[in-house]
Design a protein around this ligand. Structure first.
Ligand code: SAM
Length: 434
């Protein structure tokens, strides 16, 4: 009978018993069976399949509401940095930033978003934060907005002084933040969420996919993809940036942020198999490139024109600023292949400044297509889209059949609206690949 109950939970909310262990489910069942007044497990199972009340009680008993304010702070820094750069002084100054926190649990995550945006002066009237969770008990707590010390686990607690009032039960969140979040009940896996198609600029879906099996993860990731605007950003939990997410999304490669943008149609197409394997050899291997400052990331890293403004950890140095003379040596070696391997290795390790310098030395000494291509990829990884595009063009000029450069350039020009040129570049890449 326990197996049947586990199957029911999997069917209704996607909970994969392996993720929390049979013992936890058995405990929850025991507790709920007692509360139900049923005489035995058989009667309880019948009650579960015929009564919403019993099913809800069991769901409340098995979900894990663990959360706290500013949990893993990097995603919130990435969010505010982008809003600062791309939304605050935007020409479309009445456009609303639409954010979804799902699952929101007891509210710490969506309220953190509200506080972080308030801190940078983003006007309340320009933000809409929806917060959804399957647990009504959690939502009730969230709406109350009173929190115990367990919700304050981050190193920096200065936000507590700014936004909370001490009360006898704990800390009450001020109403000017509480009112910014709309809470509602919902089930990511089983509810029809199509009303939100392309609706959200930002989605936080952290620490839920880990409870699903791979198939349900795929279903959930597809729903997130549908709800996210084409230039939006998805944040997942640190254990969730896996193949199922990578199927539909591309990492922003900002260490510790687990942030993703939607893959475009081309990347999702069959040739994308080639794209992943051939073009992004080093960037996909290290999905979170360590040296990129989250102060300057783009919501859309390929399209610098659209949303990228900001400071990069790797400076925007023009070629001439590096002063690497012809004949200078790297590690005493002036072999092209050695330098190319070195550039790859540095990029793999996230040492993008050094990878960049090595690429430039390669260009000065060998002027090879691969060097220009590699430098383009480094520029892309540090959000210098225009410079990246020009490097890919140089690579193709030197080697008209450079598949990787063709594919990268196609992505750039497509995002900039040159659909025809993108198509022609892709055809060239396909021909070169044959
Ligand atoms: C560990 S909390 C994550 C909260 C927050 N996102 C965070 O990372 O701090 C997981 C939440 O997922 C919710 N949940 C479980 N299954 C769900 C489903 N199918 N749809 C929506 N929420 C679900 C639970 O109620 C619980 O509040």
């Amino acid at each position: 009978m326990h197996r049947k109950i586990e199957a029911l939970l999997k069917d209704k909310i996607g909970l994969d018993v392996k993720t929390i262990g049979e013992a936890s489910i058995k405990n929850a069942v025991k507790h709920c069976l007692n509360a139900s007044g049923c005489s035995d497990l058989n009667a309880y199972y019948q009650a579960l399949i015929s009564s919403d009340v019993e099913l809800k009680r069991l769901v409340e008993a098995v979900v894990i509401p663990e959360t706290w304010f500013f949990r893993d702070d990097v995603p919130f820094n990435v969010l505010t940095s982008n809003v600062n750069n791309n939304w605050l002084d935007s020409e479309e100054s009445d456009r609303k930033l639409k954010v979804l926190s799902m699952p929101c649990s007891t509210g710490e995550e969506p309220y953190t978003i509200a506080m972080a945006l308030d801190k940078i002066g983003f006007p309340e009237k320009r933000v809409e934060i929806d917060a959804i969770d399957i647990s009504q008990q959690s939502l009730d707590k969230a709406k109350k907005g009173v929190y115990r010390p367990n919700s304050f686990r981050s190193d920096d607690l200065s936000f507590r002084d700014d936004y909370f009032t001490k009360v006898s039960e704990g800390y009450r969140l001020k109403s000017n933040i509480r009112r910014r979040v709309n809470f509602q009940q919902g089930n990511l896996l089983r509810d029809d969420l199509s009303q939100f198609d392309l609706h959200y600029d930002v989605i936080f879906c952290r620490n839920l996919l880990i409870y699903f099996d791979s198939q349900d993860q795929q279903t959930a990731v597809r729903k997130l993809y549908n709800m996210l605007a084409d230039d939006g950003v998805l944040f997942v939990g640190h254990a969730e940036a896996n193949n199922n997410v990578n199927q539909l999304f591309r990492s922003l490669r900002i260490r510790g942020s687990f942030s993703f943008v939607k893959k475009n149609e081309y990347e999702l197409s069959e040739l994308n198999g080639n794209y992943d394997e051939k073009v992004s050899k080093f960037s996909t291997k290290h999905r979170e490139l360590p040296t990129i400052s989250h102060a300057g990331v783009s919501l859309n890293p390929v399209n610098g024109n659209k949303k990228t403004v900001g400071v990069h950890s790797a400076d925007n140095k023009p070629f001439s600023d590096y002063h690497i003379g012809i004949g200078s040596k790297v590690d005493g070696e002036l072999d092209e292949q050695v330098l190319i391997s070195k550039a790859h290795r540095l990029a793999d390790e996230g040492r993008l400044d050094e990878a960049e310098a090595t690429c430039q030395q390669l260009i000065i000494n060998f002027s090879s297509a691969d060097a220009f291509y590699l430098l383009g990829v480094v520029y892309d990884a540090t959000n210098r889209s225009g410079m990246a595009e020009s490097m890919f063009r140089k690579a193709i000029y030197l080697m008209p059949n450079h598949i990787e450069a063709l594919i990268h350039l196609a992505l750039h020009v497509e995002i900039n609206g040159s659909v025809e040129e993108a198509l022609s570049l892709r055809r060239r890449a396909e021909r070169a690949n044959q």
